[in-house]
Design a protein. Structure first.
Length: 460
């Protein structure tokens, strides 16, 4: 019997890309009968799902392609495809730099990969980076389940057009998935053992979906519908945006027991001048008010954020305002990035005359403050009982299982009882490790989940 063709997908970028890659893999396995390969050297089809958010991410693509080119030189029948945000931005230009690439597909055309593979296999390179609205979801098989935690994409693209960002150009304008489709996917996942759902989108709180009775539902409404689904006991979302962070969403954090007490709410800068140049559409005080209201609604909420350091024109004063703001708000572990000029975005034309050493020094200072704040929160968790969803054996810690706390920290605890996987259990936190916590098993959590903030306030 001839062996089945094998594919290998390498993914860069955000969780939306990870979600897309897993759906593409499902498509290739379920509809095309391909098999997964463990390494690029063993595959007949090599697919790279790319990210272009910063220059570094984009450069990784071309170094990976350089390695894949060697494979193709030894086995010319291998097909190489590039998808995702770099593909979307470069289109057919990508083949100028990498002429050995056989297919180029965008985030919205990955469902067409099987047809593209057929065309490319007959010798004609195939390029399709168009934006057919939401079509991909109708063409993909139902998602496979790999563990008790799953991503669910509720919207595509972004229409905010922040002055530094490529996403609206690479992923297209904001398009919501139909409400019924989102619910059907959530139910499908719950029926297959998923207990924690992570709702994905560039600005999930801009979600608007039409129910089958014609009524419109906002993001807070969607959360309350999802929290009615049996089996789903914890819900997270990422990423939210300070615009459209409505009172209803804040109330959802108080009212929905299953909604994790954690919000990742990127602010980017603590200077109004910089926020205006970034075209973020809110002020530092506006952001502070959201956090104050969230904390009033849910006192235990942990808030993390994204920061861009050294945006063009950021002065020492702007930067020290950002540092003071971070200290004042008290963020949990957050991401900070050096500004990277992206071709085609308005900010790429701004004068950017801050010396590189100053930029790097600012990044280091901000990262030190953020790391210290995150570490202090971790240390304060030592001696507390935390409810975690056991996700599976801990990587790098033999004889341990691991699971995430409500504030998104991984806890490892000694146990080889695989029947705990997919269960919520209580652990006592004993130590803080470099990127995780260590704990001891206390008890299996019985009954329905209750992650409500009032309960958390009673943590010992
Ligand atoms: N939609 C989300 C962010 C998505 S991109 C939001 O608006 O909050 C993830 C993060 O990458 C951003 O929050 C920002 O901090 C960072 N980022 C985006 N473009 C960047 C650029 N040109 N240079 C550096 N960091 C960037
Ligand atoms: Fe990019 Fe701004 Fe959209 Fe976020 S909101 S994806 S930063 S354009
Ligand atoms: Fe990167 Fe595209 Fe996501 S640019 S961050 S993969 S939306």
């Amino acid at each position: 019997m001839p062996r089945r063709r094998r594919f290998y997908i390498k993914t860069y970028g955000c969780q939306m890309n990870e979600y897309d890659s897993s759906r593409l893999a499902d498509l290739l396995v379920d509809r095309q009968g391909l098999e997964r390969a463990d390494a690029p050297e063993d595959a007949d089809v090599l697919l790279l799902n790319t990210c272009s958010i910063r220059e570094k991410a984009q450069e990784k693509v071309f170094s990976e392609l350089g390695r894949w080119r060697e494979i193709k030189m030894q086995r010319p029948e291998v097909l190489i495809g590039v998808g995702g945000c770099v593909a979307s931005q470069e289109g057919d230009q990508l083949r100028l730099r990498a002429p050995f690439v056989d297919l180029v597909f965008g985030p919205q055309t990955l469902h067409r990969v099987p047809d593209m593979l057929a065309t490319a296999g007959s010798g004609t390179p195939c390029i399709d980076v168009s934006f057919p609205e939401i079509e991909k979801f109708d063409c993909l098989p139902e998602p496979s389940v790999r563990g008790p935690r799953a991503f669910l994409s509720i919207m595509e693209g972004c229409s905010k057009f922040c002055s530094f960002c490529v996403v609206p150009y690479t992923r297209g304008q904001e398009v919501n998935r139909p409400f019924d489709d989102v619910i059907a996917e959530a139910v499908h996942l719950a029926e297959r053992g998923v207990r924690e759902l992570v709702l994905l989108g560039q600005n999930v709180n801009a979600y608007r979906g039409q129910r089958h009775d014609g009524a419109m539902t906002d993001f807070a409404g969607l959360l309350s519908y999802i929290s009615e689904i049996d089996g789903i006991d914890r819900i997270r979302y990422t990423t939210s945006h300070p615009l459209e962070f409505s009172d209803r969403l804040i109330e959802a954090h108080a009212d929905l027991p299953k909604l994790a007490a954690h919000a990742h709410l990127p602010v980017q800068s603590g200077s109004d001048r910089v926020l205006a140049a970034m075209k973020r559409g809110y002020t530092v005080d506006g952001y502070r008010m959201i956090i104050a209201r969230l904390r009033a609604a849910c006192p235990q909420i942990s808030v993390s954020s994204d920061f861009i350091v050294s945006f063009p024109g950021e002065s020492d004063r702007d930067f020290s305002d950002t540092l003071a703001f971070v200290k004042d708000v008290g963020f949990d572990y957050s991401f900070s990035f050096l500004y990277s000029a992206r071709a085609g975005t308005p900010a790429a034309e701004f004068v950017d005359d801050t010396p590189r050493e100053v930029k790097l020094e600012r990044l280091e200072r901000l990262q030190a403050v953020i790391a210290a704040q995150g570490a202090a929160i971790s240390r304060a968790m030592v001696g507390t009982r935390q409810r975690i969803l056991v996700e599976g054996p801990a990587r790098r810690h033999d004889g341990n299982l691991c699971g995430r706390t409500e504030n998104n920290r991984m806890v490892n605890f000694a146990s080889s009882d695989l029947s705990l996987v997919g269960q919520f259990v209580d652990v006592m936190v004993t130590d803080v490790l470099a990127n995780s916590l260590r704990g001891t098993f206390v008890s299996g959590a019985a009954g329905t989940a209750d992650t409500r903030c009032e309960k958390d306030a009673g943590r010992d």
